[in-house]
Design a protein around this ligand. Structure first.
Ligand SMILES: Nc1ncnc2c1ncn2[C@@H]1O[C@H](COP(=O)(O)OP(=O)(O)OP(=O)(O)O)[C@@H](O)[C@H]1O
Ligand SMILES: [Mg+2]
Length: 393
């Protein structure tokens, strides 16, 4: 079966500036793909190219195996939801949802306000459209708002109308560009679940742009991490988090951020930081500059020095309710280290001014000087070490 949405070798420049480079992506039927990356990396531009609102300089786009590269937005069967909702302020919710249907289903004569109303063909189409709008409104729980204008609605309600307008068209693909970023935190979390549920019920391929890595990991079947106009990695959320292919992916995904420790490799292939051996066997040559990445929840904290541990000075403990963060500094390291602990463990350790940290071999991510993941340093495939609690004091 052909992919629902397929991009091959997409490239784009604005003037002299290269914005997108060699983008390949194949989204399967019914798949939810998140495009995530820092501001300015080209996410919206790519989405607009998929929608047909922008033309690529190179590459091809196919929908269900049909080449649509040269087609206008109106001739690609996709519905786009924007961050700004893009509702018409002078139209009610019902009219806002009806408009794209009218544009698709009625011809020019049928659309004329005075003439169209009296045409039999238009009347039955209008009735059908009204039913479709009612149905979408019921799904989104906005039936009571259909006669209000955008100014009379909250941000969340407006966003729901914008989603309804996309949903009602029953498109071949949903394209969403940061649809939740104007909402407050709790509503955002709530709407995340609603969008995932809508997607599941509609079964339509969805490409969802966000700069919020948590949103991407939490919602998508697969996450594409974009940086500087390229897709650095595309994989399921667990793989992106645990097996990042590039240092930039490791740093962008995960909060608090992954700890980075510069290593020098000795003659025996050991990775050394601050005079301490931290990695027994690194798959790198002597003298090579290697970066060790350790996620805050896999950094193991000890009260006494251990084999493969590094001495750190405690900066502070941060209690966050369900867990706690240890902030610490190691001699010779610019950035502070962060370990995620249980509150109980943090309480136990909080009077120590000095502690020792180590990284379990299976939790060590090694990257070469170009930021590429060094093969042969695999994290454990067992979900058991996800959110590990083995902080030996
Ligand atoms: N029409 C345009 N003309 C010139 N440059 C543009 C145009 N549109 C976007 N750009 C530039 O292209 C780059 C990518 O922009 P884009 O909007 O795709 O980023 P983004 O990843 O969506 O960022 P954000 O997360 O801030 O929305 C930016 O540097 C932007 O300034
Ligand atoms: Mg954008």
């Amino acid at each position: 079966m052909s992919a629902a949405v397929e991009l091959r070798g997409i490239g784009k420049s604005f003037g002299e500036t290269r914005i997108l480079e060699e983008i390949d992506l194949a989204a399967a039927q019914g798949e939810f793909i998140a495009l995530v990356g820092p501001s300015g990396c080209g996410k919206s531009t790519l989405l607009r190219i998929i929608a047909g609102l922008e033309q690529a300089d190179e590459g091809a786009i196919a929908l269900d195996g049909r080449d649509v590269t040269g087609l206008r937005a109106a001739d690609r069967d996709m519905a786009m939801v924007f961050q700004s909702y893009a509702l018409y302020p002078h139209l009610t919710a019902r009219q806002n949802m009806m408009l794209p249907l009218a544009m698709r289903r009625l011809n020019a004569t049928q659309r004329l306000p005075l003439v169209g109303r009296f045409l039999g063909s238009a009347r039955s189409i209008l009735e059908e459209m009204a039913r479709d709008v009612e149905q979408a409104a019921a799904t989104l729980k906005i039936s009571a708002l259909l006669d209000r204008k955008p100014a009379q609605m909250s941000g969340g309600q407006r966003q729901r109308v914008a989603l309804g307008r996309a949903l009602v068209r029953r498109p071949q693909a949903f394209l969403m560009d940061e649809p939740l970023s104007n909402l407050d935190a709790s509503l955002r979390v709530h709407m995340r679940a609603e969008i995932v549920e809508l997607h599941r019920r509609a079964g339509v391929v969805t490409i969802y742009v966000t700069h919020d890595q948590e949103e991407a990991l939490g919602m998508a079947d697969r996450v594409a991490v974009m940086m500087n106009g390229r897709i650095l990695q595309i994989a399921d959320p667990m793989t992106i988090y645990r097996e990042p292919a590039h240092l930039d992916v490791a740093c962008f995904i995960g909060s608090p951020r992954i700890n980075l420790l510069p290593l020098t490799i000795d003659a025996a292939g050991r990775g050394i930081c601050g005079g301490q051996v931290l990695v027994e066997r690194a798959n790198a040559a002597q003298g090579e500059r290697v970066t060790l990445g350790v996620r805050p929840e896999t950094l193991v904290v000890h009260a006494e020095p251990q084999a493969l541990s590094l001495k750190v000075a405690v900066t502070r403990f941060e209690f966050l309710g369900s867990d706690a963060l240890l902030h610490a500094r190691a001699a010779g390291l610019d950035a502070p280290l962060i370990a995620k602990l249980t509150p109980a463990m943090a309480t136990l350790l909080q009077h120590h001014g000095e502690l020792h940290v180590s990284a379990a071999p299976e939790a060590c991510l090694l990257f070469d000087a170009d930021g590429q993941r060094i093969a042969g340093t695999q994290t454990s495939a067992l979900p058991a070490s996800f959110g590990r609690a083995s902080h030996a004091a």
